[in-house]
Design a protein around this ligand. Structure first.
Ligand code: ZN
Length: 129
């Protein structure tokens, strides 16, 4: 076991903080999306009179949705990391099984692989393109 209980506590705290921040951001995004939809939601006959405006609204909504989706994914990874801490599986590279250094986990608490495997994965992905 590479991580001490103090180190785990630090990571857990960091994950909890990231979760709160992510939730806040998501709430803000969802409110922004709702606000954009509000006129249509209030009365079904609302349509923007200017085609350019419709385009902007649609683009903006899409942008919000995209950010919200990636935020959802991030929160999922945070929950996943917390689950691994509870299960005692946290801190091992899921590719090579080596311990992930505490310094890396502190920066990226959701990391599932060590730096070497991460870089290798990125290299392969890059070559694949
Ligand atoms: Zn590894």
């Amino acid at each position: 076991m590479a991580l001490t209980s103090e180190e785990l506590a630090q990571i857990r705290e960091k994950l909890a903080k990231q979760r709160r921040q992510g939730e806040k951001k998501l709430k803000f995004l969802e409110e922004s999306i709702l606000q954009k939809q509000d006129p249509a939601a209030r009365d079904g006959v609302y349509y923007s009179q200017h085609p350019a405006e419709i385009g902007t609204d649609a683009n903006e909504r899409e942008k919000f949705y995209r950010i919200a989706t990636s935020e959802h994914r991030f929160l999922y990874r945070v929950d996943e990391a917390m689950r691994r801490i509870e299960a005692g599986e946290y801190g091992k590279c899921e590719n090579c099984g080596e311990d992930i250094p505490f310094s890396r986990l502190l920066v990226v608490p959701t990391a599932r692989t060590c730096v070497v495997c991460q870089e290798e994965a990125e290299r392969i992905r890059f070559q694949g393109w």
